[in-house]
Design a protein around this ligand. Structure first.
Ligand SMILES: C[S@@+](CC[C@H](N)C(=O)[O-])C[C@H]1O[C@@H](n2cnc3c(N)ncnc32)[C@H](O)[C@@H]1O
Length: 244
């Protein structure tokens, strides 16, 4: 109990210090995550909702080649359960050394898992991918347009892409889309920006433009130690078009 509280306090202290200090993306991520890397998974279990659901929807299958971009500690590979071993290969891609150290430890006995330190804009898989996902990483990436362009080049025709992330709606969203009140639209982007996370309406909109053959679910979750108000997140899954 006291150990758990100590672990949470280390994470909360790192979050309170913030993730926006100078340097390039690599330095910023290393500085932000280094003091919380060992405690990362425990705390994010309660912060990052929808990850198991995303992976269940994508349903990576035997013999396929997948990548998680911005994979952190590779915790999400455990959501694959016994399917993980049936994949031909899975790349765990991230820029942050302290989180990748946890990923190496987790994956060291998994022959089909490759842990790769790379910027999401420049990562290139060994062959076209059957699928990829981003779990709470796009909102932390400085150039998500370039990242998504790179991502769409990496997928096979008919490949799958999935994203789970925080967001807020625009003031006047398209019909059928979530509409958030002014408090939600103003509070959360400011709250998360302190840690280098950018919440916006543009991300789900852009995903729908790039990958129209898609399913988008917009939901709410509570944060650890903060049962209200709830923060919006979305789960997006799509299949790229096969050539006609
Ligand atoms: C909130 S964490 C999510 C980690 C993991 N996907 C999860 O669900 O636990 C965001 C991750 O994105 C990574 N990241 C941010 N910018 C990146 C970039 N340009 N290239 C690769 N990874 C990046 C961070 O290092 C961090 O591990």
């Amino acid at each position: 109990m006291i150990r758990d509280l100590g672990s949470d306090l280390r994470v909360l202290a790192a979050m309170a210090r913030g993730g926006n200090r100078g340097g390039d993306a690599k330095d910023r991520l290393d500085a932000f995550y280094r003091p919380q890397a060992v405690d990362y998974d425990r705390f994010r279990e309660r912060l990052l909702n929808g990850r198991a659901e995303l992976i269940a929807r994508l349903s990576p299958g035997p013999g396929e080649y997948w990548a998680e971009i911005g994979a952190g500690t590779a915790r999400n590979l455990e959501y694959l359960g016994s399917r993980r071993a049936s994949l031909a290969r899975i790349d765990v891609v991230d820029l942050c050394k302290p989180l990748l150290a946890q990923a190496y430890r987790r994956c060291r006995d998994w022959q089909n898992v490759h842990v790769i330190r790379a910027d999401a804009r420049r990562y290139s898989p060994a062959a076209p991918l059957d699928g990829m996902w981003f779990s709470y990483s796009l909102s932390m990436m400085d150039h998500h347009e370039a990242v998504l362009e790179n991502a769409s080049r990496m997928l096979k025709p008919g490949g799958r892409i999935g994203v789970v992330d925080f967001f807020v709606s625009s003031r006047n969203p398209a019909p059928g889309r979530a509409r958030h009140g002014p408090l939600t639209r103003h509070l959360w982007p400011r709250w998360f920006r302190h840690d280098g996370v950018r919440l916006s309406p543009e991300l789900p909109d852009r995903l729908l433009e790039l990958f129209p053959n898609a399913r988008l679910d917009e939901q709410f979750a509570s944060l650890p130690y903060l049962p209200a108000p709830k923060v919006p997140y979305f789960i997006f899954t799509a299949t790229t078009r096969n050539p006609v």
